[in-house]
Ligand binder design. Sequence first.
Ligand SMILES: *Cc1c(COP(=O)(O)O)cnc(C)c1O
Length: 232
Amino acid sequence: MNTIKQNLVNVRSHIDTAAQKCGRSSEEITLLAVSKTKPASDIEKAIACGQTEFGENYVQEGVDKIHYFANNHALVWHFIGPLQSNKTRLVAENFDWCHTIDRLKIAQRLSDQRPDSLPPLNVLIQINISDENSKSGINLTELDGLAAQISILSGIKLRGLMAIPAPESNYDKQVEVLEKMHLAFKQLQSQYPNIDTLSMGMTSDMEAAIACGSTLVRIGTAIFGARDYATK
Ligand SMILES: *Cc1c(COP(=O)(O)O)cnc(C)c1O
């Protein structure tokens, strides 16, 4: 068995165990393989093990990979990095999801630029839940307003929320922060019928995220190994 295959087996069983512990079905939890900085050959190995959902952080790198795998229509591509307005067209034309909406202007451009030939781009609003150093994401107090503005745009479809909490190794502290996301998600769900996705949980907080209702975990390191940014 190659390493990526073994890693995927381990991550899936980790998700199963975490889901069982809190009485959830692991079928409610999508595994997003975060392949940023990794070569197409690594993605190919993951595809060979049945992985279909991939996450990329850098627009051009992601678009190159989407084009490389264009013949494989089973794949679903998620943009999960910070998005500047001069790059929205590439995301609108190539990706299936964007997790990092934190202003109306970006949402508006994605909606306008989404080709008519494609279904609406699925989007998540990014919440800055705990990381005061991060400029990405809105505060929870701004959520109702932004959701109302985004939900009427025809080229995109609001599906839920995403967060990247500040790094924290203590499980109980992870839960404390992630529970706030769970609450906000449930409130949003009660207002909008399409809301079904809570994107949270990475290699180091996957278990806490699942306990707090995550429906999509974004896992890079545990699948593809440590990233080397030196060549970027
Ligand atoms: C890189 C990244 C991940 C994956 O992180 P790991 O700790 O390697 O699992 C998940 N989400 C986002 C937004 C990322 O940028």
